[in-house]
Each structure stands twice: as structure tokens, then as C-alpha cells.
Design a protein. Structure first.
Length: 151
């Protein structure tokens, strides 16, 4: 499956991994699945791991409508949410930038940050060590670079 979504419990955090080629239908289905998950609640931070995204079939108008729907959902729930996108190649960066730009145009409660590696995201979120351990193992490979001393 090109998009895997996990609620990292007990941390209030969602982790999604994009691999290979992704379509808008797959993007929308993963979002609907997440919002239907009983462990998901408004205000949970989201980490979208696009490090392994190779290509996507998402047009501008489609992404604009999708982004408007995401912002509408968060407005209705009344909770601000932070979406962190981790990307490294041209394709994933382009998709992330389009999503962030369209999110800024919409009047909503979801704000988007683009980062280029897991040391950045782990440091930015300032997560305790037990929460870092909830991420897939390959996301933790550089966690030792953090200077935070947590138990």
C-alpha cells in the first residue's frame, strides 16, 4: 500500500509513510481512514513521511479541493493541528510545497511545516525518548543526534 497511517499511541501523534507512486484517491482514502479511526482526535500532530515517495498523480485543482476539505474538517472540529512533512527528493518536496501553499490560502486550523529529515522533526517536536521509540525503527536511526536527555 502506498500510504500507511498509524496513530502512535499513547502519544498524540499520527505517522503516515508514503512509498512509491501515490494517487489523489489513495491520499484521500488514507485521510478518511485516519479521521474515522477512534484513536484519532482533533489537535493531534501529524508527521507525513514522504522520504520514499517516488511520484504522484495529483493535479493542482484536485489538491486544492482536497486541501480545502482538510481545512474544513479541522475548522469544524475547532482544533488547530500541525502537519509536519518530511521529504528529501524533488517530487516529494514539490507535493509538500503545493500542499503547504494551498493550506495557507485556505482559512483553516491546519498549519504545515516542511522538514528534510527525522533529526529535524524529532527535535522540532521535542519528543521524549519513549515517544521517539513509537516511530518505525528506520526513523529513529539518527535520534542519537538529539541532545535532549529524556527517560
Amino acid at each position: 500500500m502506498p500510504i500507511e497511517v498509524q496513530v502512535l499511541s499513547p502519544a498524540p501523534l499520527v505517522y503516515s509513510r508514503f512509498t512509491g507512486s501515490v494517487t489523489l484517491d489513495e491520499f484521500a482514502a488514507s485521510s478518511q481512514t485516519l479521521h474515522a479511526n477512534p484513536d484519532f482526535y482533533p489537535g493531534m500532530h501529524m508527521v507525513l513521511d514522504m522520504l520514499n515517495l517516488e511520484d504522484f498523480d495529483v493535479g493542482f485543482d484536485e489538491m486544492k479541493a482536497f486541501t480545502a476539505n482538510i481545512q474544513k474538517r479541522h475548522r469544524e472540529r475547532g482544533e488547530e493541528v500541525f502537519i509536519f512533512i518530511v521529504c528529501s527528493n524533488e517530487q516529494s518536496t514539490w507535493l509538500a510545497e503545493m500542499f503547504r501553499s494551498l493550506s495557507e490560502v485556505e482559512d483553516g486550523l491546519a498549519s504545515v511545516q516542511i522538514l528534510h529529515g527525522f533529526p529535524d522533526i524529532l527535535a522540532f517536536l521535542d519528543l521524549p525518548r519513549e515517544t521517539i521509540k513509537l516511530f518505525p525503527q528506520d526513523c529513529q536511526s539518527e535520534a542519537h543526534l538529539l541532545t535532549r536527555r529524556s527517560s
